[in-house]
Design a protein around this ligand. Structure first.
Ligand code: SF4
Length: 304
């Protein structure tokens, strides 16, 4: 069979499901290639879409199997495909391994699709099963690894090993105990230790955990904090407190995953202020940024 793969989002970050589908089909003796819309002879096309805001391709043929949150499809891969080791050869520029130690989450944050898609947290893989033989870097995509003892044990097992890690969905600051902080301080990181500060009541917790981590050698600049922006005064209180403590952050305007409505312009402007490091440093407050006192504020056009 000739199989076509379509990575709808095409972000440069490898698509885990497509890599497993590719590995499974190759194991059956099929030919697998990236889908070419000008070629009509595929026996089957797989299209994966992670983000709801990615536009759908109008050219996908009838024999396309769609999957992923971006299509509103939450079904897991069939067991025999999920069991495959990902086929990294379809992303030759990617030099790190990706995977999950755990699936699911213990929480039910109203803005998040994970509880609906993955259910309660459970062990999934070991880091040794995920690691590539040709790379020491592993990007874990766990949603809440610290909520699962298996996840914590796997992290502990990587301390002292020749691996560098990233948990790209962030670590739940509420679950950073002194025991966990010691593990985090002992791990080698690709760059940042990521966490989130999505509501006002998280600010104190994140600040307190940053101090705890510092006792184990983790400097505040190594912390990268995702900040959900739904209510601007609340988001501004959070980003200013985190900035004063020397952390890095990334503001994400709220987007309802079911309606997929475009976030309001004001929220997007707030994110532009925070996410441009130089501008965020020079404009002390969001209103200062909106007034454009630093002469580099394109958002003034929005006020006309
Ligand atoms: S803790 Fe994170 S993964 Fe879990 S429900 Fe909340 S936002 Fe989603």
């Amino acid at each position: 069979m000739l199989i076509g793969l379509h990575d709808s989002d095409n972000t440069g970050f490898p698509n885990y499901a497509l890599m497993k589908i590719s590995a499974w089909h190759k194991a059956q003796g099929d030919i697998v290639e990236w889908w070419n819309p000008l070629y009509f002879s595929y026996d089957k096309v797989y299209s994966s879409k992670v983000f709801t805001f990615t536009p759908e391709s109008p050219y996908l043929p009838e024999n396309t199997v769609r999957g992923g949150t971006g299509y509103g499809i939450y079904d897991p891969l069939p067991n025999e495909i999920d069991a495959m080791y990902p086929d990294y050869s379809i992303y030759p520029k990617v030099k790190y391994a990706i995977g999950f130690l755990t699936r699911g989450c213990i929480r039910r944050c109203p803005w998040c699709v994970v509880p609906k898609k993955e259910g309660l947290i459970r062990p999934y893989r070991t880091w040794r099963e995920i690691k590539r033989p040709d790379s020491r870097d592993i990007v874990f995509m766990d949603n809440n690894v610290l909520a699962c003892q298996h996840g914590i044990e796997q992290m502990r097992d990587m301390v002292g090993q020749d691996v560098r890690v990233d948990f790209n969905q962030g670590l739940d600051a509420r679950l950073i105990t002194p025991e966990v902080a010691e593990i985090l301080g002992g791990l080698k990181w690709i760059r940042f230790i990521r966490t989130a500060c999505d509501t006002d009541d998280m600010t104190e917790i994140v600040l307190e955990k940053a101090k705890l981590l510092e006792q184990y050698g983790v400097k505040p600049w190594r912390l990268f904090v995702y900040v959900l922006v739904k209510d601007i005064p609340s988001a501004e209180r959070r980003v200013l407190a985190l900035r004063d403590a020397g952390m890095n952050m990334f503001a994400q305007p709220y987007r309802d995953f079911e309606t997929n409505a475009e976030p309001p312009e004001e929220l997007k402007a707030f994110a532009r202020w925070v996410d441009n490091k130089a501008v965020f440093k020079s404009a002390k407050t969001f209103s200062e940024y909106r007034k454009g006192v630093h002469g580099h504020n394109k958002d003034r056009r929005d006020q006309k």
